[in-house]
Design a protein around this ligand. Structure first.
Ligand code: C2O
Length: 582
């Protein structure tokens, strides 16, 4: 039977508690990855899950966590954080059948493409679990970035790129990373980024929130405390006993929306403004979200809301009725429940919508509609809502990054191989060494050329960027010429000249993504999506006087599709910042 909706209260991820005595000048945390149990719904049995537990400096016997996902890291802008990530997961994977299929692919059975090149090779065949943690969207030195080649196993086996700060304090199954928090105030997140298996690791529960706050924000008058609510959106499939099933089939009726770890939860709200901080932490699903109200409640069927920030921080407030959020994107919203009568409700829903220039958005299908419900229970407590009305918020518009005539363009072709059932950028497997050398301090335009039939959320580590525009291309002709280049020995004269394939003029970014700080962008099918990245400069400062914690040039980072199955299967490439005078 279908799960009963809106019977479980929305959990709130707990906050980790810093220890300030270990590294003077930094907040220090110890996070341990562990297997636990978690109930996704009142009527589902407990499921084995993976999650992060934070050491509790006030009571060592009471680690902080809930089993699934991980505690929230709250940080202050420019005040660094040091985290020791410890791997105490079982040495057999929760989705061992997937590992077995990756090792020994069965083309009839496997829902996952066979290993393209080297994605599972950093580890010997008797090691089935490895992990690494990436702080998504942060301004971080490469040795603390949690890149796939930095993976390490519970037994303490290291991939060749393993790094740790302060090695004397790290056991083999641990890695110590430092985060500068030189970011705008924003909601980042951390998640598993293991070589070739981030999809099953995140699916098992390895993700959590990371807030950067600026003390200056307090003057803005935003809803805060219990009126600021993070929503981690995921979709999950369950076995009959309530345990997580990793199928990636998107079977009709079997995909269940999960918010902060609960299926179809509800949140009791007052008649006031709330700040909702939404993260799409799904493996592959895009959500088109809106707030539906019952017909008799308002004159209109949806509750309008204000967008006040995206991936990398605040933006000029924008009133909206719906938006499309791709995997790894964040939307910072003000939603006003003050006009909703007590005992009425508002439902956060996902609906297919018309995808004018976004054909092939996966997961927007009808199989998930209702996600969660806000039940309005009472008038505002504490003498009323004193938060600033969104239209009066003093939020500066993000200044546009303007391309100059000499700004370098870099092409990244989303290439679906014909021989392998896998995808790459520029027909290059991930493990081929970096070939993209970017001068420190330079500004570049990156063009994600997507000639296939699906949209991909593209994420660039280290930087924030702006969406410049998109332009439709003759995808079939482009693909044909690209195939010719690949299979004809990559002769320069065969390489498709992008400008010859345009089928229309550039389309400006959508209002919700224009003039905002992004780290992940939707690259729709049969389009080139252009982003502009200002100032490739890695953080060079030493964190908490830990020697070697600052970045050194050359500094290699990555970018990838954030459909986790694609990132594992080679739609990911390194790139390198080099000295400006080289
Ligand atoms: Cu959220 Cu490289 O990832």
């Amino acid at each position: 039977p279908p799960l009963k909706r809106f019977v479980d209260p929305l959990p709130r991820p707990m906050a980790a508690i810093p220890d300030r005595s270990v590294y003077p000048g930094a907040d220090y945390y110890e996070f341990t990855m562990r297997q636990g149990t978690w109930q996704f719904h009142r009527d589902l049995g407990p499921s084995p899950v993976w999650g992060y537990w934070a050491a509790n400096p006030n009571d060592p016997h009471k680690p902080i966590g809930m089993g699934y996902l991980g505690p929230t890291l709250n940080t202050t802008r420019d005040h660094p954080t040091v985290v020791k990530w410890r791997n105490e997961l079982p040495t057999t994977h929760m989705f061992q059948h997937v590992i077995d299929l990756i090792r020994k692919p069965d083309p009839e059975l496997t829902p996952i493409p066979p290993p393209p090149y080297k994605s599972v090779q950093p580890f010997p065949a008797d090691i089935d679990v490895w992990n690494v943690v990436h702080q998504h969207g942060g301004y971080t030195a490469p040795q603390s970035d949690g890149l796939p080649m930095q993976s390490f196993s519970p037994e303490g086996f290291h991939a060749e790129g393993y790094t740790t700060l302060d090695p004397g304090r790290a056991k083999p199954n641990e890695a110590i990373y430092g985060y500068t928090n030189h970011d705008h105030s924003c909601m980042l997140w951390y998640h598993d980024h293991a070589m070739g298996m981030s999809a099953i690791n995140v699916y098992a529960g390895l993700a959590g929130l990371y807030f950067v706050r600026d003390p200056a924000d307090e003057r803005l008058g935003l809803p805060r405390g219990e009126f600021e609510v993070p929503l981690i959106l995921q979709d999950r499939t369950f076995n009959a006993d309530g345990s997580l099933a990793y199928t990636m089939t998107n079977r009709e009726g079997e995909d269940t929306p999960v918010v902060n770890g609960k299926a179809y939860p509800f949140l009791e709200v007052e008649q006031r403004r709330y700040r909702l901080r939404i993260l799409n932490a799904s493996n592959e699903r895009f959500w088109r979200l809106r707030f539906d109200v019952p017909r008799d409640v308002l004159l209109q069927p949806q509750l309008p809301f204000w967008l006040i920030g995206t991936d990398g921080g605040f933006r000029a407030p924008l009133q909206m009725l719906d938006f499309l959020i791709g995997p790894a994107e964040r939307y910072d919203l003000i939603v006003d429940f003050s006009k909703i009568p007590v005992n009425k409700h508002v439902t956060l829903t996902n609906y297919p919508g018309t995808q004018v220039h976004s054909p092939g958005i996966p997961g927007c299908g009808p199989e998930i509609a209702d996600i969660m419900r806000f039940k309005v229970t009472k008038p505002p407590s504490g003498g009323g809502d004193r938060s600033t009305p969104p239209e009066k918020l003093k939020l500066q518009a993000v200044p546009p990054i303007k391309p100059k005539p000499h700004t370098r363009r870099r092409e990244w072709v989303v290439y679906q191989h014909q021989l392998f059932r896998t995808m790459t950028f520029n027909a290059m497997p991930f493990m081929e060494p970096s070939q993209d050398f970017i001068k420190e301090g330079s500004t570049e335009i990156w063009e994600y050329i997507n000639p296939n039939h699906d949209a991909h959320p593209m994420h660039v580590h280290l930087v924030n960027f702006q969406v410049l525009n998109r332009q439709p291309i003759d995808a079939a002709a482009y693909q044909k010429q690209y195939d010719k280049w690949v299979y004809g020995g990559r002769k320069p004269e065969d390489y498709p000249v992008l400008a010859n394939y345009f089928t229309g003029p550039p389309i400006p970014p959508d209002p919700d993504e224009a003039l905002s700080y992004k780290d992940t962008v939707k690259a729709p099918a049969q389009m080139v999506t252009r982003i502009i990245i200002q100032e490739f400069i890695p953080p060079t400062d030493e964190i908490a006087s830990i020697p070697g914690s600052g970045a050194k040039l050359p500094a290699t980072y990555i970018h990838h599709c954030h459909l986790l199955e694609h990132e594992d299967d080679d739609l990911m490439r390194p790139w390198t910042i080099v000295r400006a005078d080289t």
